[in-house]
Write a protein that binds this ligand. Sequence first.
Ligand code: KMH
Ligand code: ZN
Length: 280
Amino acid sequence: MEKLIITCAISGAEVTKEHNPYVPYTPEEMALEAYKAYKAGASIIHVHVRNDDGTPTQDEKRFEKTIKAIREKCPDVIIQPSTGGAVGMSRDERLQPTNLKTEMATLDCGTLNFGGDDIFVNTENDIKYFAKVMKERHIYPELECFEKGHIDQVLRLHKKGFIHEPMHFSFVLGVNGGMTGEERDFHFLRESIPSHATYSVVGIGKYEFPLAELSIKHGGHVRVGLEDNIYLEKGVLAKGNEDLVKKVVEIAKKYNRPIASPAEARKILQMKEFNKHELL
Ligand code: KMH
Ligand code: ZN
């Protein structure tokens, strides 16, 4: 089995300090959370940015400041800005971080309900547009799929030449409005992607660690972080992102999966051609 790539989603767009006081907002707070997660074993940092009051933004300048602050503390980590942003943002608003010299970003591969009246919109044309922009800018897309239909959409778009190899999927399971993250769901999705493709799991809330363990056991990769889950265990808030990363590292030990460094993660994901430009 390959070494384990751990991604840490340090803040997200929705969770606030009222939910967990360790959720970072400012570039300085983001950099500290990223650094601790990286030291604990994360090789990819998934980044959303916030205004000082915690409201989500996709402002390019805010991304630039945040990414620079993270880069200063973690020189070799893979920084993966979100192009999902928050529900209701326009395409171009969401794509702002791709104007920066970033080697990776998320690409959300389908629409879904997102709780209450919220709909996270990613039409076929949105996906084609995001994929085109990322390809032109040599940005490696992590293909976020919230249910099986999204994988099918990726495979259709791949056949038509809109999405390219190497394909790295992220199964985001347990969103209120999306697919659950039970063991059967994991196997269904894992068996639905091409055998040479790589994947990571993103378990929301109670699914975070059970899904992580399944993925570790079966050769997949893992994302954890306060964006997805604020608890270390039932009723116990995590004291920062590093707690969540450390817990994954412990599970990995049980299955003899060594942790990938950022350089090793780039190799496993075949990111060479996406790392040509000098990084921010
Ligand atoms: N905040 C969600 C609406 C991504 O980062 O690409 C979308 C999201 C996905 O978090
Ligand atoms: Zn995200």
